[in-house]
Design a binder for this molecule. Structure first.
Ligand code: SAJ
Length: 420
């Protein structure tokens, strides 16, 4: 089998690498010459455990190549971004998906499978992608098999989850779903569940929405407990001892290209009905301001207080700054005239034009507060003696509840004791 993937980002590249690792011939297409050249040298442009080694290996074996243009293949997999449109309800911008579909169609032949992995608004396959394929002269379900197979892998664990997670394969027809399932049968060890395209679209969106709504509940609870002088972290621990309760963790906000984006796709389709989903987004979007307000409370009275911001990615142990609440918090603090110094060793270069990244030592020097915004492993084991020696006033505001007090003279504030 030969597979042509379009989009070599956080999903397209690992997917290509895993297919190639299972003996499939893969050509991966991207619009960036830089990315294509780098991959063809066997190097990668994103951080993901194990991916560098796998790509180097499949390139060396000649099973994977990157290219600027598609080629004939048995299956085409589209894994390009679907950002929010800049409209009232932040609807799903299908430009890249539809462009990618148009781009592969000249190379498609009877019997091929076209798979969209990008997260898309409900009904996109039926209402937008299928008509494009039909305009090209194909009969979907007879001579072309069209499928939505949403990616569901967790950044940081992508290579393992690609193989072991269950996979939803939503076909435009039953024959399409069968054909899609055969493609993923190459390497998926989880269950391959066949359904129709619109059920697959909505299921994927609801997985991320479920998580977003639950995090919103935890964030709202943190605010309420803070107001009522109750330790929210203890409350969550107690409540989660119930066998059917699973409150998520409050934090500085919800980021990344999934939870902070996808729920709006549902809201935009049914704004009058999707009320909890919309309110949850509002709650999570409010968290960066809540954090900034509390930073200012904690540093009130200190002249020209310096805040060492630890972490700018959207979550721990990744290099991805997309929709990161940490970036927003840093920018809000800058807007309010707070003196900040930002450190994150997972990121080579800040994607914000408002601040540069500095070393840990430089960030800590004469700082009055360390603001932990990301649960990177190294922040879980901060050297308190170093903080004591470098900072003007050793204090930590840990928005992720990862820093454990260790007896040194460093005050640790988190959502559990913020009210004190
Ligand atoms: N977060 C919290 N509190 C929590 C859990 C997460 O504040 O209790 C924050 C994180 O810090 C981060 C954001 O939520 O800012 C999202 O992180 P995440 O780890 O929940 O998820 P993603 O965006 O890395 O990946 C999600 C996953 N979806 C689900 O778990 C339902 C993944 O399986 C999907 O494949 C991915 O979205 C996607 O691409 O859609």
């Amino acid at each position: 089998m030969k597979v042509c993937t379009v989009g070599l980002g956080y999903i397209g590249l690992p997917t290509s690498a895993v297919f190639a690792n299972y003996g499939v011939d893969v050509v991966g297409v991207d619009i960036s010459q830089h990315v294509v050249d780098k991959l063809n040298r066997g190097e990668i442009h994103i951080e993901e455990p194990g991916l560098g080694e796998m790509v180097a290996d499949v390139v060396a074996k000649g099973k994977f190549r990157a290219s600027l243009s598609p080629e004939k293949a048995d299956a085409f997999i589209i894994a390009v971004p679907t950002p929010n449109n800049d409209d009232e309800h932040k609807s799903c911008d299908l430009t890249y998906v539809l462009d990618a579909t148009r781009k592969v169609l000249p190379f498609v032949e009877k019997g091929n499978v076209i798979i969209v992995e990008s997260t898309i608004a409900p009904r996109t396959m039926d209402d937008f992608v299928k008509p494009l394929v039909e305009e090209a002269g194909f009969t979907v379900g007879e001579d072309i098999f069209l499928v939505h197979c949403p990616e569901r892998v967790l950044p940081g664990q992508i290579l393992d989850e690609l193989v072991h997670n269950n996979r939803i394969v939503g076909g435009i027809t039953t024959e399409c779903a069968e054909a899609g399932a055969r493609v993923y049968g190459t390497f998926v060890e989880g269950e391959i569940v066949k359904t129709d395209a619109k059920t697959a679209e909505m299921s994927k969106l609801m997985e991320n929405t479920f998580r977003d709504v639950n995090i919103a509940l935890a964030n709202e609870l943190a605010k309420v407990c803070n107001d009522l002088d109750i330790n929210v972290l203890d409350v969550i621990e107690m409540a989660n001892k119930h066998p059917r309760v699973n409150l998520h963790s409050p934090g500085p906000g919800v980021g990344g290209h999934c939870l902070a984006v996808d729920p709006y796709f549902i809201v935009a389709k049914s704004p009058d009905l999707a009320k909890i989903i919309n309110l949850s987004r509002e709650t999570n979007v409010s968290m960066p301001h809540y954090v900034a307000d509390n930073v200012q409370k904690l540093t009130a009275g200190i002249e020209d207080a310096k805040v060492a911001v630890f972490g700018v990615t959207y979550k721990g142990n990744v290099d991805d700054m997309r929709e990161s609440p940490a970036v927003e918090i840093a920018e809000i603090l800058l807007d309010r005239g707070v003196n900040i110094s930002v450190h994150d060793s997972h990121v080579e270069k800040s994607t914000s034009s408002r601040f540069e990244l500095v070393s840990k030592e430089e960030a800590l020097k004469d700082a009055d507060l360390v603001l932990v915004l990301v649960d990177h492993n190294e922040f879980k084991v901060l050297d308190f003696a170093e903080l004591n020696a470098s900072m003007r006033r050793p204090m930590i505001f840990d928005t992720r509840n990862i820093v454990k007090p260790n007896g040194e003279d460093v005050a640790v504030v988190n959502y559990g004791n913020l009210y004190k």
